[in-house]
Design a protein around this ligand. Sequence first.
Ligand code: NAD
Length: 260
Amino acid sequence: MLKGKTAIVTGSTSGIGLGIAEGLAKEGVNLVLNGFGDAAEIEKIRAGLASKFGVKVTYDGADMSKPDQIAGMCAKAISEHGGVDILVNNAGIQFVCPVDEFPVEKWDAIIAINLSAAFHATKAVLPYMKSKNWGRIINVASAHALVASPFKSAYVASKHAILGFSKTVALEVAEKGITVNSICPGYVLTPLVEKQIPDTAKARGITEDEVKRNVLLAAQPTKQFVTTEQVAGTAVFLCSDAAASITGSHIAVEGGWTAH
Ligand code: NAD
């Protein structure tokens, strides 16, 4: 049912975004990959997905903190692929620091990439989706869209806000065959999480092993990291016909974290 559709997955050169891109490619979805990284490595990912799954895969290096580049990526995707049926707003960054020491430029970057980028991309692709009376927008939020942790003020604020944005757009397009939902993953062991372990250790005055055991997995009753495949499977489900009546909602994939 998804075969031949086109998806933009922002931040898909790594981690969860790459997992979602692969999950969609498996269903026959053509892809626009996006994100930073080594050019040769990105080309290897692009060509690998295209040949493994027999889908068209292009790459756009738009910086998701730059509204004009986001609009350019969406316009190019529509002209090169003939349309954008699925938008996965996934690109995101983190910074861990007490709020009274939080650098202003880090706050601004987190809000721009984790929140405003979703607005710019959604705005750019909605006219096409409306014209087709079909669309799927998935915002990769976080368990931190539902609960807070100390030292992550900008991230928690951006993730709570993306849920509100997601619900609002869902209401606006509810009669147009377009669903808008968020996925709230718990901890997935990607570079984003690996990078914050030393800062969390510093902020809390504990070792990096203690951060993994007593801070990250302490929140997850399953005591297991969530996998990129589990998040990807949820995204593919949200794109399916079975999920056509799920909109303005979120699915928590967080090992029971927010059941506390
Ligand atoms: P990651 O660091 O592995 O991947 C982030 C991706 O975003 C990369 O492809 C990176 O190049 C891209 N990116 C970063 N800044 C960008 C920019 N300015 N423009 C374009 N691309 C940019 O991180 P991840 O863990 O896979 O995170 C993906 C999403 O999942 C984020 O929104 C994150 O908040 C969310 N999330 C992650 C976890 C987790 O535990 N890893 C948990 C909940 C939610």
